[in-house]
Design a protein around this ligand. Sequence first.
Ligand SMILES: *Cc1c(COP(=O)(O)O)cnc(C)c1O
Length: 423
Amino acid sequence: MPITKGYSSRLSPILDDIAAHFGTPFHIYDETGIRETGQALIDAFEKVNNFKEYFAVKALPNPGILKIMKNIGFGFDCSSIPELLLSRQAGGIGDDIIFTSNNTTDIEFREAAANGGCILNLDDISLISKVPEMPELVCFRYNPGSRRTGNSIIGNPVEAKYGITHDQLVDAYRSAIQRGAKFFGLHAMLASNELNYEYMIETTRMLMETIKEISNELGIRFEFINIGGGLGIPYKPEDEPLDIKAMAKKITELFNSFEQENGYAPKFFIESGRYITGPHGVLVTTAINQKNIYRKYIGVDACMSSLMRPGIYGAYHNITVHGKDPDKNNTPVDVVGSLCENNDKFAIQRPLPEIDDGDLLIIHDTGAHGHAMGFNYNGRLRPKELLLRTDGSVELIRREETIEDHFATLNFKKDILTLNASV
Ligand SMILES: *Cc1c(COP(=O)(O)O)cnc(C)c1O
């Protein structure tokens, strides 16, 4: 059974010391692994002129990580004001940031335009008149409708709330031009956690065909196309990893033909989150209880406040028991947290080695959409985050939540609206 590389080679030998010093539960991220994956992505696309990855901040919105992204040469994809602020704090400015919101508010538009601005990716045609000031460079998010490239998490694009339809495209760019836009991009995101790279090729091809149509209609050129995120990672031991080199090779060919045909090529952007950091994080939690009823349950000191994916998507995360032979998996157990919610389970009927109270369980591949998605239901607090740095030291990059944090929104000035004025 393959185990996350960074865990077995770098983390495993020092994990007991880390747990003893910081206490469990915690997510820990492997800087070396993140940098290797980032560099591999850049290398794969070296023959595409102007390739740029915009790290999807929502996957792992921690300044300790975003600094690494900036240092690798990545930009940031955001969709909220806090994500914009984090991106700017990490050194992102102007074209380093794409703002891909949907159902956008006026305040969000203003923040997107402030402090050096960013690339605005508009989600709807109705927003053209609502942008307080149309930027010179504007992008639209395209929803191609019934084209069958959506996979299960994103679903059928017809039912997805994102983007503008094919029929709206030309009008959208024309209206943007009337409001002062001069440079253009086109975006689509049609997959999530997809291991079959053909989806990305198809999206690239579709965007190229679409910009040709719009260009013919309006006589404009496109600065970039952006295929969004959605590159998958192998969560299950038997999953084959996405073949990034093969994917990049085919996309490079598409760009070469586009350039030959059209005399120019747009820049190529992707907004991957999961692919970059997902495999390079683990949630470390201590077994604290076990019970034998109709099934055997292993109770751990983490719960859905640390990781929601199994609970909300039924997502699979590999689990190993630190220091125990994974080949001695014999007893099927449910690994559970402490919420009064029966879906608070990290694994269901998973064969694991014999577990004793005090054992450390490693829940793998929590480096994206892990901590960030954790919630406070039932008064459960989010855990700390650690970074295993390239020099082997371990840094606390977010402390655990406290009861004071949890109650902070209950401290406010008394405010009562009395509606019955006749009294
Ligand atoms: C969530 C999201 C991403 C990143 O998705 P991954 O699955 O982490 O690659 C990229 N772009 C947009 C617009 C998103 O909403």
